[in-house]
Design a protein around this ligand. Structure first.
Ligand SMILES: [Zn+2]
Length: 229
């Protein structure tokens, strides 16, 4: 089999939840426009409640629309826009570990609606006569689940389950997420620089001290031209 394009159902939480997809997913451009119009009005009321005279403030008079657009088109885009089909290729006898590290992550905490920023490291091992997926598809999986509300632990599981599904017949999948949460640095305890690290592993990566898991974490330490790991 040569190149193969496939669409998968990768969702794992209830529709409508901040970390799930919106009802009616995926939304058409027209539906998104309607949603932006509604959210714009509601955000204007939110600013009214906060005592902000946004209508007369030259810096803020278009802010409700800016915020509504940012949610629908960027911050929560994964709730409204479907992922492109996944491309996979024959592994041609390669049976080693495949790792993509430092995939940029931008997300938003479901609890406080503050942004989360960090990186995701993905590893998997192809099964016998298995298939490898186009590398950028791993980035797309991270974008799809990152661009919505998130609890980092559940986000790690969602990315893991998606990679496990699309890398059919794999021998194991491991996901590590390293992220800082603005709800920790800007509010509440107000501590800057604290990073949260979560790892979800399956198959040959499942147990502490085994070779595959060790190889994955060792690969994250290899010099990669000065990028932060
Ligand atoms: Zn939070």
């Amino acid at each position: 089999m040569a190149e193969n394009k496939k669409t998968y159902d990768l969702e794992c939480v209830q529709e409508g939840f901040a970390n799930g997809v919106a009802p009616g997913f995926p939304l058409s451009d027209k539906q998104k426009e309607k949603m932006i119009d509604k959210a714009e009005k509601a955000y204007g009321k939110f600013l009214d409640a906060l005592g902000c005279d946004w209508r007369n403030d030259p810096n803020s008079n278009d802010t409700p629309r800016r915020v509504a657009k940012a949610y629908v088109n960027d911050l929560w885009a994964g709730r409204y826009t479907a992922m492109t089909p996944i491309t996979s290729f024959p592994s041609d006898g390669y049976d080693g570990i495949v790792i993509e590290r430092n995939i940029p992550l931008t997300s938003m905490c479901s609890h406080h609606h503050q942004t989360i920023g960090g990186v995701v490291h993905v590893g998997y091992i192809v099964g016998e006569n298995g298939r490898v997926i186009g590398l950028s598809k791993l980035n797309r999986v991270v974008e799809h689940f990152g661009r919505r509300g998130a609890i980092q632990e559940q986000l790690t599981s969602a990315i893991h389950n998606a990679v496990d599904k699309i890398c059919e017949n794999n021998l194991g999948v491991i996901i590590t997420v390293v992220a800082t949460h603005n709800c920790v640095s800007c509010r509440g305890v107000k501590h800057r620089g604290a990073a949260m690290v979560t790892t979800k592993a399956s198959g040959v990566f499942r147990h502490n001290g085994n070779d595959a898991r060790q190889e994955f974490f060792n690969s994250l330490k290899i010099n990669n031209g000065g990028h932060q790991i």
